[in-house]
Design a protein around this ligand. Sequence first.
Ligand code: DQA
Length: 145
Amino acid sequence: MSANTVYVLNGPNLNLLGMREPEIYGTETLDDVAGMLEDRGRELGLEIDMRQSNHEGHLIDWMHEAQAEGAKAILINPGAYTHTSIALLDAAKSIKIPVIEVHLSDPEKREDFRHISYIGMAAVKTVKGLGTRSYLVALEHVATL
Ligand code: DQA
């Protein structure tokens, strides 16, 4: 852990990335994403701490931990909690480090119930609709902070 650590938090069902609805989310796995981010992070001088949980409270605890540990930023793909979790929004508002929202798909081009993003109300930036490249573009943004 250093001041250049970026927490990359992934919410429910993203452990199944690669086999989960590949027509929407693609065939790369979360391990592939971690590898891509670590490679690019090395070039940018950023250390990647990649995590995934299907439990809302874990994501909140990790946001608090990122703050306590003095991380540089949080990239978060909260999965479906994006559209339901005021608790995640409050967590993002409770910490000082920048939160960047990431999505593989573009939720606004999908079902109506995906059009609201609570975390987006506190995020300094949202990157979406670029598949796994959304994560890389978000990391490039961290490097500018
Ligand atoms: C997602 C979009 C959400 O609507 C969905 O619930 C997910 C994945 C994305 O990365 O495109 O689980 O966050």
